[in-house]
Ligand binder design. Structure first.
Ligand code: NAP
Length: 246
């Protein structure tokens, strides 16, 4: 039997991250769940992973904290022996028009969404380099490609992930490490469920495929990018947005 791969997934407590963790577990991976404030959500993900028979552990960590991320990365390698897959999924929003956006709102979103990816890649990559293999996938957003009024901080962080991913792909490619990004469009989550029917209809008009995406659509893209079938794909931004941004 092939050795199980180990995937570290940030923000795996809920939403898209929980679905990615479950999908990779169903694909035969062991999972390091990294999440921060909502401990009960992370415990629910752990319960689901255990149900699938995956070996999983929960690490409570703020991805924006450089030294905490190093400690967690070291702990994951100690516990599982290796990290084959890194999925940078943790992300937050603090929306508002630029003229009203505070410095704190800018710093928080950039620290978690963009510096968080740097922190993880910085500490995980040395382990992948030693093994001469690895897969890195970071979750960007169509908003990072097209911009969005009221989300200057979020869009900048998600655009930053694109530049970071392409640079890392160039730096690590010779060691058989791929780095790719997934850019979701509007995905059905608690956030979009709260929208009125009128707001939803307005959204559908922007999407050629005419509906919101599901968290599973994003998890499927991640599963593909970390698979052997995607071994020759690096530095791409895979849009999963129903054609919202073409
Ligand atoms: P979500 O439901 O709000 O989940 C975000 C996850 O990130 C939570 O588990 C959260 O855990 C974790 N997190 C937040 N801050 C963290 C920190 N400092 N350290 C560690 N973990 C942290 O969001 P989602 O909708 O699933 O989105 C997941 C990713 O997809 C994000 O990067 C988001 O920007 C991106 N995305 C989403 C959509 C969409 O339509 N939903 C569209 C485009 C892109 P705690 O709060 O418990 O710490």
């Amino acid at each position: 039997m092939a050795e199980k791969r180990v995937a570290l997934v940030t923000g795996a407590g809920r939403g898209i991250g929980a679905c990615i963790a479950n999908t990779l577990a169903a694909d035969g991976c062991d999972i390091a769940v990294v999440d921060y404030s909502d401990v009960s959500a992370a415990e629910e993900t752990m319960r689901q992973l255990a149900e699938q028979g995956a070996s999983a552990r929960y690490y409570r960590c703020d991805v924006s904290d450089f030294s905490a991320v190093k400690a967690v990365t070291d702990a994951v390698v100690k516990d599982f022996g290796k990290i084959d897959i890194l999925v940078n999924n943790a992300g937050v929003t603090a929306d508002g028009l630029l003229l009203r956006m505070s410095e704190a709102e800018w710093d928080r979103v950039l620290s978690i969404n963009l510096k968080g990816c740097f922190n993880l890649i910085k500490h995980v990559a040395p382990h992948m380099l030693r093994k001469r293999s690895g897969r890195i996938v970071s979750i960007s957003s169509v908003v990072g490609l097209m911009g969005n009024a009221g989300q200057a901080n979020y869009a900048a962080s998600k655009a930053g992930i694109v530049g970071l991913t392409k640079s890392v792909a160039k730096e690590l490619g010779s060691r058989n490490i791929t780095a790719n990004a997934v850019a979701p469009g509007f995905i059905r989550t608690a956030m979009t469920d709260a929208l009125s029917e009128e707001q939803k209809q307005a959204m559908y008009k922007l999407i050629p495929l005419g509906s919101l995406g599901e968290v599973q659509d994003i998890a499927n893209a991640v599963k593909f990018l970390v698979s052997e079938e995607a071994r020759y794909i690096t530095g791409v931004v895979l849009k999963v947005d129903g054609g919202m941004y073409i």
